[in-house]
Design a protein around this ligand. Structure first.
Ligand SMILES: C[S@@+](CC[C@H](N)C(=O)[O-])C[C@H]1O[C@@H](n2cnc3c(N)ncnc32)[C@H](O)[C@@H]1O
Length: 192
């Protein structure tokens, strides 16, 4: 028997697995230690992962790691995800946001409401019909709580004809991260 009620980032992985096929273009909007990027890279060996981070140290470390491991389907971009449209010009199947700061690193280098909202708006445009965006949001610190509220306000306002949106959150844990899942509706698909 498998456990199915899992932390936000694992729930995101499980949903993403069901939509990505090899050859797809996908985005990790917050590279950090690279766990999500490596996961995405494995789902689409003949496709491409665009991975963004503003933190030089994370980018340098990850670039070395993929060079050592001969992973060559990842483009690492040392820039903010709010500039995603400068780097990604084709429609993509998945965009992952794992908000907040890198555990064990400088907590002041965290995603911020203003830039996150810009990135989300641009990312919605880049998503292909049938594509999925996931946002793991952390409410356990001040900046994260403000950001999470703004993310929910934006996502709730999306036109339900264009997007199907869900929130997955623990109801019996304090300040646990929650997950928002946004699917760009594909009118050719039958909904169940
Ligand atoms: C929670 S961590 C991401 C964890 C990561 N996905 C992993 O698998 O390890 C959030 C990351 O977002 C990065 N970040 C903060 N602001 C950003 C921005 N504007 N654009 C891109 N990355 C940003 C931080 O440097 C940090 O590494």
């Amino acid at each position: 028997m498998y456990k199915v009620v899992l932390k936000a980032t694992t729930m995101a992985h499980n949903l993403i697995k069901s939509v990505v096929t090899d050859g797809d273009l996908v985005v990790d909007a917050t590279l950090g230690n690279g766990n999500d990027t490596i996961f995405l890279s494995g789902l689409t060996p003949n496709g491409k992962v665009y991975a963004f981070d503003i933190q030089d140290e994370a980018v340098v470390k990850f670039k070395k790691m993929i060079a050592d491991e001969n992973i060559n389907n990842v483009e690492v971009i040392n820039d903010g995800h709010e500039n995603i449209d400068r780097y990604v010009h084709d429609k993509v199947k998945v965009i992952m946001f794992n908000l907040g700061y890198l555990p064990g690193a400088d907590k002041s280098i965290t995603t911020k409401k203003e830039t996150t909202l810009i990135a989300l708006e641009k990312s919605l445009e880049l998503l292909m019909p049938g594509g999925l965006m996931t946002v793991a949001a952390y409410i356990g610190h001040d900046e994260g709580a403000k950001e999470a509220e703004a993310v929910l306000d934006l996502i709730k306002s999306l036109d339900s004809k264009k997007y199907s949106v869900m929130q997955i959150s623990f109801l019996n844990r304090n300040n646990a991260p929650f997950l928002v899942v946004i699917e760009k509706n594909d009118n050719c698909r039958v909904n169940k």
